[in-house]
Write a protein that binds this ligand. Structure first.
Ligand code: 4AD
Ligand code: MG
Length: 477
C-alpha cells in the first residue's frame, strides 16, 4: 500500500479502500478525532480512532505536532466539515512532540510570535497557504517565460561592479577582518583579496542580463538580490528575489505591455491552482478587517482584488501628469503628506504612490517618463533631454512592485551620463561594448517577487512571505 498525500485522498471519490498517510497532528479531540495535516493542502484529514482498539500509552502520544503514520479505511465522513475520513486500523508515532513546549499550539498566534518560530510556522494554515502560493507563483513565472520564448539566465551573485546604483551593497571578502593587508596609505588592499578586487553581493542581475538579451534576444533572471539599505519597513528586505526580463528590440511601450501581461498571467494561474489557499487567506483577511473601522477596511476582498487586476487594464500615466495630480490633491494642499509636492522633479515617496493607486486611480498604475536625475544612469534619455524612458508599476496596498526602463543604447549618450555621475568606464567596459557592437533598442524590468507574493496573499508584512527574512539586525535561521 503506497502512502498517499492528504490532497490526493481528498480529491478522490473512491472510498472504502485501505489507505496510508503520514503527517503531523494538528489536534486530537475527544480521544477519537485526529486532524492530520501533511502540507499537501490547507485541509486536514480527519482520522477516526476507536480508543478501545489501541493502547492508552499509544494514544497519549498523539499530541499536537507529533508525526504519525496512519493506516485505515477511507470512508464517507459521518460528521460535517469533511467529505471523507479515515477509520484508523493501525497507528504509529514516528516522532513524538512534547505538548508542554511545542510552540505551535492549536490557538491563534500573533505573526510576530510566529516570525520568531519561523522554522515551525509553516505548520499553521496561514503560513502553509502563503508558502504554497509562493511556490505556485514561482512556477507560473517560469512557465510564462518558457511559453513566451524567453531563456532563463543565471546572473552572478558575487559581482565586481557596483555601478548599478540601486543601493548600498554587502561586501564579499575572504580577507581576515582583524588583520587585512593594507596599502601604503592605510586602506585595505583588495588586490590581495580572493578575487583580486573589491566584490559585493549583487543588487540586480540587469546589466548582465542585458548582455544576453543582446545575443539570445529574450532572457530573464529570477534570483536572490541583496541590498544593505537600513530600511526597516514592511516592504523591504535585505535579501529578496527579483524577476528581471530583458528583451532586445523592445521599446518602453513593449516593456509595459510585457509587464502587464506577465503579471496578469501569473496571478490568474494561482487563482486557478491555489483556490483553497486563497479562500482561506481571503477569509483570514476578512476576519481581521471586521475589527477595523469602516474607513480602514479594503474596498475589495482578496480574491476580488486579484481578479480585478487580472481583468482590468493598468492605468498608464506620465510622471508629469502624476505630479499635476499630486500637486493639486487634497492631502498635498492640506499638508497631510510628509513630503509636500511643490514642483516638477520631486522624487515620489510611497505616500504619493499610494495616493495615486489607492485614492485617485484605484487600480494598478504604470508611471513612466521620470526626470532623468532621479533615475539610474542606464535609462534612455528622451528627446526633451530631461526625462528618461523609465517605468514603475504601482500596486494598491504595496506601492512599487516593478521598476524598469528602456535602456540607453547610444554609446556617446551613455558615456556622457556615466561621466556626469562619476562612473568609471573601465568598470563597465563590457557594458559599453554592447553599445559598440550591434547596439539596438532594448528594455527590461525588475519585479520584486516578495511584493508580488504579498499582493497575492494579502499579507501585510514582507517578513511573512519569505521563509527566513533577512532584515536589519536579523539573520536568524
Ligand atoms: O526598482 P529596482 O531597484 O530596479 C532594479 O533593480 C532594476 N535593475 C530592475 C531592472 O530594470 N531589471 O528594483 C526592482 C523591484 C522594485 O520595484 C521592488 O518591487 C523590488 O525590486 N525591491 C525590493 N523588494 C524587497 N526589498 C527591497 N529592499 C527591495 N528593493 C527593491
Ligand atoms: Mg525602483
Amino acid at each position: 500500500m503506497t502512502t498517499k498525500t492528504v490532497a490526493e485522498l481528498l480529491s478522490q471519490d473512491v472510498t472504502l479502500q485501505d489507505v496510508t498517510v503520514k503527517g503531523w497532528v494538528r489536534t486530537f479531540r475527544a480521544n477519537r478525532f485526529i486532524a492530520l495535516n501533511d502540507g499537501s493542502t490547507i485541509n486536514n484529514m480527519q482520522c477516526v480512532v476507536d480508543f478501545e482498539n489501541f493502547e492508552e500509552t499509544l494514544l497519549k502520544r498523539i499530541t499536537t505536532g507529533a508525526a504519525i503514520h496512519v493506516t485505515g479505511e477511507l470512508v464517507e465522513s459521518q460528521g460535517r466539515g469533511q467529505s471523507v475520513e479515515i477509520v484508523v486500523k493501525s497507528l504509529e508515532v514516528l516522532g513524538d512532540s512534547d505538548p508542554e513546549t511545542y510552540p505551535i499550539q492549536p490557538k491563534k498566534h500573533t505573526l510576530e510570535f510566529l516570525r520568531k518560530n519561523a522554522h515551525l510556522r509553516t505548520r499553521t494554515n496561514t503560513f502553509s497557504a502563503v508558502m504554497r502560493l509562493r511556490s505556485s507563483l514561482s512556477f507560473a513565472i517560469h512557465k510564462y517565460f518558457n511559453e513566451n520564448g524567453f531563456y532563463y539566465m543565471h546572473t552572478p551573485i558575487v559581482t565586481g561592479s557596483d555601478a548599478e546604483g540601486a543601493g548600498e551593497m554587502f561586501r564579499v571578502t575572504g580577507l581576515d577582518a582583524k588583520n587585512p593587508p593594507l596599502n601604503e596609505d592605510g586602506t585595505v588592499n583588495y588586490k590581495e583579496d580572493f578575487f583580486g578586487k573589491e566584490t559585493n553581493l549583487t543588487v540586480s542581475g540587469q546589466l548582465e542580463a542585458e548582455t544576453y538579451a543582446m545575443s539570445l534576444g529574450k532572457v530573464y533572471t529570477f534570483g536572490p538580490t541583496f541590498r544593505a539599505e537600513n530600511s526597516n519597513t514592511t516592504r523591504h528586505l535585505a535579501e529578496f528575489w527579483m524577476i528581471e526580463p530583458e528583451v532586445a528590440f523592445m521599446d518602453l511601450t513593449g516593456n509595459m505591455d510585457l509587464a502587464e501581461d506577465f503579471m496578469k498571467s501569473v496571478l490568474s494561474y494561482v487563482l486557478e491552482t491555489n483556490k483553497e489557499d486563497l479562500e482561506f487567506l481571503d477569509k483570514r483577511l476578512q476576519d481581521i478587517e471586521k475589527h477595523l473601522p469602516q474607513a480602514e477596511r479594503s474596498p475589495m476582498n482578496l480574491i476580488d482584488k486579484i481578479k480585478f487586476v487580472v481583468d482590468n487594464n493598468f492605468k498608464r500615466v506620465s510622471y508629469t501628469e502624476a505630479i499635476d495630480i499630486l500637486r493639486n490633491c487634497k492631502p498635498n494642499k492640506k499638508k497631510k503628506f510628509n513630503y509636500i509636492i511643490e514642483e516638477w522633479g520631486a522624487d515620489l515617496q510611497s505616500e504619493h504612490e499610494r495616493f495615486l493607486v489607492e485614492k485617485h486611480f484605484k487600480c494598478p498604475v504604470i508611471l513612466f517618463d521620470y526626470p532623468a536625475n532621479i533615475k539610474a544612469f542606464y535609462m534612455r534619455l528622451n528627446e526633451d533631454g530631461k526625462t528618461v524612458r523609465a517605468m514603475d508599476i504601482l500596486f494598491p496596498g504595496i506601492g512599487e512592485m516593478v521598476g524598469g526602463s528602456q535602456r540607453e543604447e547610444r554609446l556617446e549618450v551613455l558615456k556622457e551620463k556615466m561621466k556626469a555621475l562619476d562612473i568609471p568606464e573601465e568598470e563597465l567596459w563590457w557594458y559599453l561594448d554592447l553599445r559598440k557592437y550591434g547596439t539596438a533598442v532594448h528594455s527590461g524590468f525588475g519585479l520584486g517577487f516578495e511584493r508580488l507574493v504579498m499582493f497575492a496573499t494579502g499579507m501585510g508584512n514582507i517578513r511573512d512571505v519569505i521563509p527566513y527574512p533577512r532584515t536589519p539586525q536579523n539573520a536568524e535561521f
